[in-house]
Design a protein around this ligand. Structure first.
Ligand code: ATP
Length: 274
């Protein structure tokens, strides 16, 4: 109990160039992270530290990857949780977990001789959604604790903490979270365009036995609207089709079958939740 949700990777080994596309988002994020890297300078100028960065965009677009790359870029330890871990917790337990999360982040940084820690909160909307009535009291306390912890972040602390949160429901967030000094940097992480899909497909086929005939450009054209996660899944499915066929290489037809499969899968998922 308790420790399960705090998976610690120390400093993740994911750099920004492992993320395909997202050029603008990466630039914006790096710009914000430079404040963390140059925190002494920031302090000299009396600039307020960046405490929270909000990544918003559709599922599977690489928000988690971006958060990990942020930790890699700033040489920070990485501590992660998700809003969904706070569902159905007793009143007070969520707040306690938030406290522990910040303690863990600081302790982990010290243990690893790092100056900074990034706390990643996926699905922040679960705990930070607009408050409606008394039925969400446990989330209220959790959210209040998060705000208190963030308000307590200062540039003169031994370990600089930065909270990166992700959501695909930015419109749902409580305005208290978005105030200056909290999540006041917003970076949108969108679905990849064709060029980005080519890059992502290349990344995920690099270590696979692709047939000469395989046309990544064409595959990118046929995968309009796919997220990075779907593209990754598509390359994996194509490999499975090839293996089932007893083919030593992955051919275009396997990719086509996999496109259908990923598209159908999405459809069944949607139908199931309707
Ligand atoms: P969710 O909102 O569903 O949590 P997410 O936006 O956090 O999703 P990730 O978990 O970062 O998405 O991505 C899932 C997987 O999809 C990654 O591990 C990676 O394999 C692949 N992926 C997603 N986006 C990209 C990208 N831009 N470049 C390369 N791979 C990607």
């Amino acid at each position: 109990r308790g420790k399960r949700m705090q998976r610690k990777d120390s400093v993740p080994n994911i750099s920004f160039d492992k993320i395909g596309g997202q050029q603008r988002s990466k630039e914006e994020l790096k710009e914000a992270l430079d404040f963390l890297i140059h925190r002494n300078k920031i302090r000299e100028y009396g600039i307020r530290p960046i405490k929270g960065i909000l990544l918003s965009g559709p599922p599977g677009t690489g928000k988690t990857l971006m958060a990990k790359a942020a930790a890699h870029y700033t040489d920070s330890v990485f501590v992660t949780t998700s809003g969904s871990e706070f569902v159905e917790m007793y009143v007070g337990v969520g707040a306690q977990r938030i406290r522990e999360l910040f303690q863990e982040a600081r302790a982990d940084a010290k243990k690893n001789h790092k100056n900074s820690a990034i706390i990643f909160i996926d699905e922040i909307d679960v705990i930070g959604g607009q408050r409606e009535g008394a039925q969400h009291r446990e989330y209220d306390q959790t959210l209040n604790q998060l705000l208190t912890e963030m308000d307590g972040i200062a540039t003169d602390q031994e370990v600089q903490v930065l909270v990166v949160a992700a959501t695909n429901r930015k419109d749902m967030l409580d305005s208290a979270l978005l105030r200056p000094g909290r999540f006041d940097r917003h970076i949108s992480v969108d679905l990849p365009d064709k060029k980005a899909r080519v890059m992502i497909l290349r990344m995920h086929t690099e270590n696979k036995p692709m047939a000469e005939e395989v046309d990544i450009e064409q595959t990118a054209i046929e995968t309009f609207g796919f997220s990075g996660a779907q593209l990754e899944s598509l390359t994996n499915e194509a490999a499975i089709y090839a293996m089932r066929d007893g083919s030593v290489v992955i051919r275009q037809e396997h990719l086509s079958q996999a496109i259908d499969k990923v598209m159908m899968g999405e459809k069944t998922d949607r139908e199931a939740t309707q």
